[in-house]
Design a protein around this ligand. Structure first.
Ligand code: ADP
Ligand code: MG
Ligand code: ZN
Length: 481
């Protein structure tokens, strides 16, 4: 069989995290009762007029600048005309001729090294409502809460060659949007959606093959499976001497196969024209400058700063900055306890372990930074054993308890009081006359046996060093009796 190369370009829709919709004052909040976040504008009532939400332009600019795009300082909105019940105006307000951002790039990391994926454009548009097909028999329902929620569509050049590159690209975009605070990019909730355009060609061929576009992909895993499936389907067609038809296909992740939805529509099918209700936008140099200056520290910069300022390894810095939310929590703890390395160890170890074990979304991890910082300090001051500290942290992680109080109340504080140590030691020696005899007879091996018994009995209230010291003293004393 011939060798084939996969060629992939993505159209990614990102819902912007503005409080209100793009052309009206309705809330963008996810999950409200159906049709409660609606008004005449976002339900397409005749005579209603759209008013552009300035924040949408600002967020689009933030995203475009972060992705190294050129800005169209004069841009406008166009109507994309089509009928569908989730689209009450019978047109979608989008940008065809002059998208706000164009010609950018992002860098992705893969096992084969770094690579730039070029961005053709980013444009602003409104989302459609949502059709619900499976609630009532024989009819579909529609919820317009999502109608008019602002989106940016990020169109890449066909620069990706594998599902690994596609996932790396999507993770890169998601991380960037979350750091910028312009979107939470949740695939499950649909605030990030990717359409995959894919074609195959013989290795060495200069021109691209015919592509198909796949929709309905709502997890990274589904995207990877869809890419493998579609690549195989196209290769099979070509090998059989048939042709790939340019069309839109729907991926069914349960069946792990796709089926044709519709033949590919062209821009001309939509009868695009400039929206007469919205004046063109002029984006001033000052506005762009202001946004450039207020861009937050992005992941790459943060990663480098953790290495230089906190002396963390590139690997640790990479993990700790994966989620902006977690990185901010980590920075607070590091600042409060004054020991970034120790704080990093706790995050790399316990925080991430518990997050994984409990199947929690990292974005939902939440505890008072002071509580972990207190715990770190207590371990440092040898007021609590490392082992008990881990157990207490589980409580901090789950219920955000106050470790100082909790440790006191549960008798987990290491007592340097020799009274308790000695009493426990006498008790254990009385209970184990045989091993005691061996110990006094000079058998080194039983020393560990007694230390172990003591540690168990004291439940971490004494440090191993203190136990050993007390034991040595007691053996000496008894020998000299
Ligand atoms: P349309 O506007 O008709 O959807 P575009 O030219 O804007 O088409 O391309 C849409 C997406 O398809 C882009 O992400 C682009 O990179 C990708 N694409 C275009 N041609 C190919 C191809 N031959 N193989 C794979 N992807 C492609
Ligand atoms: Mg398109
Ligand atoms: Zn509205």
């Amino acid at each position: 069989m011939k060798q084939y190369e996969t060629v992939i370009g993505l159209e990614v829709h990102v819902e912007l995290a503005t409080k209100t919709k793009i052309f009206c004052g309705c809330s963008t909040e996810f999950g409200g009762a159906p049709n409660t976040h609606t008004c005449p504008v976002c339900t397409g009532m005749p005579g209603s007029l759209p008013v552009l939400n300035r924040k949408v332009v600002e967020f689009a600019l933030k995203a475009g600048i972060a992705a190294n795009c050129q800005i169209n300082q004069y841009c406008k909105f166009d109507r994309k005309n089509y009928f569908y019940p989730d689209n009450p105006q019978n047109y979608q307000i989008s940008q065809l001729y002059l998208p706000i951002c164009h010609d950018g790039w992002v860098e992705i990391e893969t096992s084969a090294g770094n690579k730039k994926v070029r961005i053709h454009e980013m444009h602003m548009e409104e989302d459609a409502g949502k059709l619900i097909h499976d609630e009532w028999e024989d009819c579909s329902l529609v919820d317009y809460n999502r109608s008019g929620v602002p989106l940016i569509e990020i169109v890449s050049e066909p620069d990706m060659r594998s599902s690994e590159e596609v996932i790396a690209y999507l993770e890169k975009l998601r991380c960037m949007m979350q750091y910028l605070g312009v979107s939470d990019c949740k695939l499950q909730e649909g605030s990030m959606r990717a359409d995959v355009n894919l074609s195959v060609r013989e290795v060495g061929s200069e021109s691209f093959g015919t592509r198909t576009e796949m929709k309905n992909l709502n997890s990274f895993k589904a995207i990877a499976r869809a890419i493998e499936g579609e690549r195989e389907r196209q290769i099979e067609l070509i090998e059989e001497g048939r042709t790939v038809i340019q069309e839109t296909r729907r991926w069914d992740d349960n069946k792990e196969s796709s089926h044709a939805m519709r033949s590919k529509e062209d821009a001309k099918d939509y009868r695009y024209f400039p929206d007469p209700d919205l004046p063109p936008i002029h984006i001033s140099d000052e506005w762009i400058q202001k946004i450039r200056e207020s861009q937050p520290e992005l992941r790459e910069e943060k990663q480098l700063r953790y290495q230089s300022e906190y002396e963390l390894s590139a690997y640790d810095a990479g993990i700790l900055t994966e989620s902006r939310h977690l990185s901010l929590l980590f920075e607070e703890v590091a600042k409060l306890c004054g020991n970034p390395k120790k704080a990093a160890n706790w995050f790399m170890g316990e925080v991430l372990r518990l997050t994984k074990d409990k199947g929690l979304d990292v974005e939902k991890v939440s505890f008072a930074p002071k509580h972990l910082s207190d715990l770190i300090s207590m371990v440092e001051k040898k007021e609590v054993s490392a082992q008990n500290a881990k157990k207490v942290f589980e409580k901090v992680f789950e219920e955000d308890i106050e470790p100082v109080v909790y440790i006191e109340e549960h008798g987990l504080k290491i007592v340097e009081d020799t009274g308790l140590l000695n009493d426990t030691l006498q008790k254990i020696m009385d209970e184990n006359p045989g091993p005691l005899e061996e110990l006094l007879g000079g058998k080194e091996k039983v020393f560990g046996f007694f230390v172990g018994k003591m540690m168990r009995e004291l439940k971490g209230k004494a440090s191993p060093d203190a136990v050993r010291e007390a034991l040595v003293k007691e053996v000496e004393r008894r020998k000299n009796l």
